[in-house]
Design a protein around this ligand. Structure first.
Ligand SMILES: C[S@@+](CC[C@H](N)C(=O)[O-])C[C@H]1O[C@@H](n2cnc3c(N)ncnc32)[C@H](O)[C@@H]1O
Length: 215
């Protein structure tokens, strides 16, 4: 977990709401039925930040179950408060590193979608290896996703968008849904995120990348 200063309200949310919304850190493969009271397509959102986009999409897509994964405690607290305040039932949260979470806990071919909005861009060349979107992680996501599932990436950092395109092009498991073979327009159902709004204020162009998992 990454620390950071928690407000009193976030700490209360972690104390009181985590037992309901939280997915504990275990080694065993998840049974989604243990966490959701109905069967539905499961979408994983990785690195949800303060979770504003998470609860909004869960509200807009009530027919789906969502699992948000985030390492930043205040963000987890913020999302817990928003879920409670808005009466949202179709989200559960894992507060751990998404790489290990997918590897250990997600059954093969089980996810209808993975959404990764504005992952840390790591602009310096010597830090590029820290970027989340790497061939090995793409293989892991492919293992987790059902055929036909949608992988949705977005970034406001053009060099990272180019990197994402290159990494995804080298995967045999996904087909790019862009009519031009590169980027897509932001779909209406993707709420704008906090980090995205920061990028827009800085004049950054936002890139959405959409891929379908092949059979
Ligand atoms: C640049 S922020 C974007 C947050 C949010 N998606 C948004 O657009 O406002 C990236 C987020 O990813 C989280 N993160 C980075 N690496 C992660 C990992 N391996 N597992 C889970 N979360 C991660 C960070 O804590 C951070 O909140």
């Amino acid at each position: 977990m990454r620390g950071g200063r928690l407000t009193g309200a976030q700490q209360n949310a972690l104390d009181e709401l985590w037992p309901y919304y939280g997915i504990g850190h275990h080694q065993t493969v998840l049974d989604f039925d243990d966490y959701f009271d109905r069967r539905a397509d499961v979408i994983v959102e990785i690195g949800f930040g303060n979770g504003e986009s998470t609860w909004r999409m869960a509200q807009q897509e009530p027919d789906k179950n969502f699992i948000g994964v985030e390492v930043h405690q205040p963000g987890v607290g913020h999302l817990l408060m928003a879920l409670d305040a808005n009466g949202i039932e179709n989200v559960r949260i894992a507060r751990e590193d998404a790489v290990g979470f997918l590897q250990r806990r997600i059954p093969a071919d089980s996810l209808a979608g993975i959404r990764i909005y504005f992952p840390d861009p790591w602009p310096k060349k010597r830090h590029h290896k820290r970027r989340l979107i790497q061939p090995e992680f793409v293989r892991q996501m492919a293992r987790c996703m059902a055929a036909g599932g949608i992988l949705h990436l977005a970034t406001d950092w053009q060099p990272y968008a180019t990197h994402m395109l290159q990494v995804m092009q080298s995967s045999q498991a996904f087909s790019n849904l862009s009519p031009t073979g590169d980027y897509c327009w932001r779909p209406d159902w993707r709420a704008r995120t906090k980090y995205e709004q920061r990028g827009e204020r800085l004049g950054h162009e936002v890139r959405d990348l959409l891929y379908q998992k092949l059979a």
